[in-house]
Design a protein around this ligand. Structure first.
Ligand code: FES
Length: 338
């Protein structure tokens, strides 16, 4: 039977279904409880049980000491309630609340999304999970202390695989490897989560998102996070690319907009080919926003992609009244070839 968990000190509550752990129910209910391994080992999910009864499964709990258990602490990733509970738990509200970790992972699937963009799905070891905020990135660790950064395209709740969108660059150290040598089962090492470009849940401002190319990846993570948690935010998503084939998940973005009245999708092509037969918007993507919004003072902006686009957004949107505190950006600075 379901049980009610009441959080202290604010008395908010959520429901745990039969067989569910407190952590799983909290994440399903849109609460950002901290966690690491989800396996009883790291202690990241520890919180205080104020009243009620829980039970643990069979696995050894190395993430909590006997003394802590006696003092009323519990590992929420392994605790299943057997009564209604009152608990105290920390919630993750900023990137600083998360642990940055180095982890091995395996490529499980490679998909070509366009002539020069591929999608990788990475799997962590069975006992590991990576907690991150929608919009953050990871580094892939290479030889000789080199690393390459890629935004996570999956939403935090959907963490069975880590999804990355990789663009091919001639001579690019990692992209040449990814496009020509990588195969399913290739082992990689990653570090993350990283970056301060993440979705701010506490705001209720309407959002303008401006992405260029694979800047689509963190936007996908943020929008899927908003949809999964039924957050009521109006989103105007502008995606800039050169030709139609560069809008590599155009159908997905159209589906978000068709199925959600609060989401507006505006693709903008800077150099459509004749054969694209493009009837939509053209020009620079930031100029399309400026044409549509004479006053940006009430909005919040997320922008990510090529540095010239991000700079143009930062400079021109400020002139339209957008306060610096409400612009979040991730500029994809490209490392020099190999
Ligand atoms: S998440 Fe690691 S012990 Fe619970």
């Amino acid at each position: 039977m379901p049980f009610t968990i009441t959080l202290q000190p604010n008395n908010e509550s959520f429901t745990v279904m039969e067989g569910e752990t407190i952590l799983a129910a909290a994440l399903r209910s849109g609460r950002n409880f901290p966690y690491g391994c989800r396996n009883g080992a790291c202690g990241s999910c520890k919180g205080k049980l104020i009243s009620g009864k829980i039970q643990y499964g069979e696995i050894p709990l190395t993430g909590i000491t006997e003394k802590e258990r006696e003092a009323g602490f519990a590992l929420f990733c392994q605790s299943r309630p057997v009564s209604d509970l009152v608990i105290e738990a920390r919630e993750v509200i900023g990137a600083g609340d998360l642990v940055i970790r180095k982890l091995p992972c395996r490529v499980t699937k490679i998909e070509n999304l366009s002539h020069d963009v591929m999608r990788l799905f990475l799997k962590l070891p069975a006992t590991e999970h990576l907690q991150f905020l929608a919009g953050q990135y990871i580094d892939i660790l290479l030889h000789n202390d080199k690393r390459r950064s890629f935004s996570l395209a999956n939403a935090p709740h959907d963490d069975e695989f880590l999804e990355l969108h990789i663009r091919h660059y001639d001579g690019g150290l990692f992209s040449e490897f990814a496009f020509h040598k990588m195969h399913e089962k290739t082992l990689l090492r990653i570090e993350g989560p990283l970056g301060t470009f993440f979705f701010r849940e506490e705001s209720d401002r309407p959002i303008i998102m401006v992405a260029g190319g694979t800047g689509f990846a963190p936007i996908k993570s943020i929008i899927e996070h908003i949809l999964a948690n039924n957050l009521e935010r109006t989103i105007h998503f502008y995606w800039g690319a050169r030709g139609r084939q560069d809008l590599y998940l155009h159908g997905l973005a159209e589906r978000w907009a068709n199925e959600n009245v609060a989401i507006h999708y505006i693709p903008v092509l800077s150099g459509p080919h004749k054969e694209d037969q493009w009837q939509g918007r053209t020009g620079f993507v930031h100029e399309a926003v400026l044409n549509d919004f004479p006053d940006l003072s009430g909005y919040e902006v997320y922008t990510c992609g090529p540095p010239p686009m991000v700079r143009a957004v930062q400079n021109t949107f400020a002139e339209r009244g957008l306060a610096q505190d409400y612009i979040y950006s991730d500029s994809f600075e490209f490392a020099p070839p190999g």
